[in-house]
Design a protein around this ligand. Structure first.
Ligand SMILES: [Zn+2]
Length: 237
């Protein structure tokens, strides 16, 4: 009996994954090939090339405790302390692949991991705060550098606008990439694009056109000439 959609793939794992013990949550009625017990429709089983499907008792994994995901530090530590551990997988019908449900670890390993996490939860919380503060600081520096670049390339840009442009660029970048803006380069092209976007919204009827139902590209084409003139003026030409 083949309880899985692509059993071939399971019994012949990739080389680099061979070390990892896997437990599957069956999606169909299955039977243990060793003890012969009917395990029902959602049994937790292992699959081996030699013995076929085994229940956790026959696989000698029934002393392990299930650790659901959600706490990476706890998972990492429990795994580290566990001599025997297995990853729990379940077939996702929607995604057509096996997905991790959590980890089976030794009880003592989990307890030890819990103690460790409790002991340094303060330290980890503080580290997190420190990292957030550092990111903020880097973003602040980035805004200043970006604003300075705007002034350098567009010396006639009205005072205060350079900061507005820089803050917007920083925010946009942080949102898009989900991390500090400081890694973004300050090359001339990036600065120029940010300035153009700003001019479009603030110095032309672009937003008005959008509100009238123009699509983005039509509206951009419409205000291109106006943008160019402002750009040249700010450059000091
Ligand atoms: Zn069995």
């Amino acid at each position: 009996m083949v309880p899985f959609e692509n059993r071939e793939q399971i019994v012949k794992p990739h080389m680099e994954q061979q070390e990892e013990l896997k437990v599957f949550i069956s999606t169909r009625e299955s039977t243990c090939d060793d003890c012969g017990e009917n395990l029902g429709p959602k049994a937790w089983i292992t699959l081996t090339r030699e013995k076929g499907a085994l229940c956790l008792a026959c696989a000698d994994l029934d002393h392990l405790i299930f650790l659901p995901p959600g706490d990476p530090a706890l998972t990492r530590r429990a795994r580290k302390h566990s001599t025997l551990a297995a990853v729990v997988l379940k077939w996702s019908r929607a995604r057509k692949r096996y997905e991790r449900q959590g980890l089976l670890v030794e009880t003592q390993a989990l307890e030890k991991a819990e103690e460790e996490c409790l002991a340094d939860s303060d330290i980890r919380a503080r580290r997190k705060e420190r990292e957030a503060a550092r990111r903020e600081e880097l973003d602040r520096q980035y805004v200043e550098q970006f604003a300075a670049r705007v002034k350098e390339l567009f010396p006639r840009c009205p005072t205060g606008r350079e900061r507005e442009i820089a803050e917007h660029a920083c925010l946009k970048y942080s949102r898009r990439v989900g991390r500090s803006a400081s890694t973004k380069k300050l090359d001339e092209e990036a600065v120029r694009l940010a300035v153009i976007a700003h001019i479009r919204h603030r110095e032309t009827e672009y937003d008005e056109l959008l509100s009238k139902g123009y699509d983005r590209w039509e509206a951009r084409a419409e205000v291109e000439g106006a943008v160019y003139l402002v750009l040249k003026r700010w450059e000091g030409c």
